[in-house]
Design a protein. Sequence first.
Length: 255
Amino acid sequence: MPVKMEIENLHFGQKFIILYGDTGTRKTTSLATLPEEALPVGLIDVDGKAAVLMEEDIKRDLWHVYQLAEYKLEGRLQKAKPCLLTEALEALDQINNNKEIKTIVIDSVTILYDGIIQLSRFESGKSDDEGFNPSEYGVAMNRAIKFIHKLRATKRNIILICHEKLHTNETTKIEKGSPALTGQLASIFPRHAIELLHAFVSRDKKYKWHLRNSGIFVASTTRRDLPDETDQNFAYFWGANLVENKSEISEKTSK
């Protein structure tokens, strides 16, 4: 049985933010807007995007980057390596030993989860062309959720960056954009985020975030004073904007 995730288990004041979106919507570079209160940052760079972030106007000495193994390029397909989970856990242990780090970023969780799936296939001796049975899928999902539990246990702020994927509701048959994770994880992770942000490019070519559900994409926020669409700025969720009332978080996630 998959491990359950409960929002009430978040430590008081701890942030759990999921940012997802299509390629080219500045998910990684928007991290440059993290305010002083969120620094230093421990960035677990799964898909090699840290170099792009380092070109932004940031205080590089307050960014600790942990680069994981490069994943294979096969034509246009990117195939994650089975070792990614082990390397991510090792990086997390290093971050946890640095008491100065306030925020942990995983970029991207989509690639990391692909690595977890590849690990399950590797352990079962299966090739990519062979089917993935429910038991193997359950092992992969449990590993992913346990990794998130370990993240939260650090008591640091957490930002998970994901790719975007259309998911179809089995009951209504309606498609909605959400974080690119398979099966139940696609609904489990967003349901338990305090902030679920969707990155997109507006019609006037500006980089923005959806903060609330639209007809096409899922999103949610504790910032009731902000509009449904806003500029990309993590400072909205720090400092004077800190959500101090856990009942507000529970109310949001129960809707």
